[in-house]
Design a protein around this ligand. Sequence first.
Ligand SMILES: NC(=O)c1ccc[n+]([C@@H]2O[C@H](COP(=O)([O-])OP(=O)(O)OC[C@H]3O[C@@H](n4cnc5c(N)ncnc54)[C@H](OP(=O)(O)O)[C@@H]3O)[C@@H](O)[C@H]2O)c1
Length: 289
Amino acid sequence: MILDGKALAKEIHAEIAAELAPVPIEERPKLVAVLVGDDAASQIYVNSKMRACKKVGMPSEKLELPASLSQEALLEHIERLNADPSVYGILVQLPLPQHLNALVVAQAIAPDKDVDGVHPVNYGKLLMGEPSAFVPCTPLGIQVMLERNNVDIQGRHVVIAGRSNIVGKPLACLLVQKGKNANATVTVVHSRTKNLAAFSREADILVAAIGQPEFFTADMVGEGAVVIDVGQNRIDDPATPRGYRLVGDVAYDEVAEKASLITPVPGGVGPMTIAMLLSNTLTAFRRYA
Ligand SMILES: NC(=O)c1ccc[n+]([C@@H]2O[C@H](COP(=O)([O-])OP(=O)(O)OC[C@H]3O[C@@H](n4cnc5c(N)ncnc54)[C@H](OP(=O)(O)O)[C@@H]3O)[C@@H](O)[C@H]2O)c1
């Protein structure tokens, strides 16, 4: 069975739209996405986020800044957004150009507008299981997708492949917490893990977030596992209009035969990430109200 992130994201968008509908447009929470430079993939991601805002009736703005921007100038923009009462959510699209320090930038965002969950305060709260944390959108989207599809997480062995700051590590923190939709036994594997397949085969829930096209083959997955594919890898395909297609970190066709539930790429985790960005912005607004 397919875990349809696209359909679920649509449902969540409808819920957000319904909550925003009675709020006069000028009072609705605004999300600002800061895009530095002209990275093509980042443009695509930010545009999808802006389109989603439009669909739910959430004001949004794409702040496009040149790749040559200085760190000081970027911090000034963030300060201005922090001080703007119409802005409830600030997202700085990564990666940043090399001369900009992503940690310094994350620390400049007001924690109560940090809807992407990158500020160390939110990270610390997440680690401590403090419910007021803004949780990074991809891990949150995975947890919500499991919950809304009635996949029990409690007591189950979740193996997370990948230990990045935006996916693997925060997801491990989230699912290991004491509490609803968590209480998992979590194993994190990465590029230095010896015999990775021995771990992935043991997973009740396998989360693949390594950025390696179709890395997880059927022999690396246990019978009946729930498989969450976070990977978004472009591979050349001259037969498509764009010249490439998107594949996940999981060899979908063969793993789908073995898994009890699996997310497709595209249409799985990606749309949920965007839905959580809007949801976090609405949370920021509710807290203010
Ligand atoms: N769908 C979405 O919304 C969404 C959101 C974010 C990311 N993504 C996608 O998810 C993937 C991961 O993104 P990311 O930002 O987390 O990537 P990242 O920062 O590059 O981290 C990749 C992680 O995978 C590990 N890894 C790489 N190759 C490996 C291998 N052969 N075996 C075991 N571990 C390996 C790395 O290990 P080391 O730490 O040892 O180097 C690292 O921990 C990418 O395809 C990205 O496009 C999707």
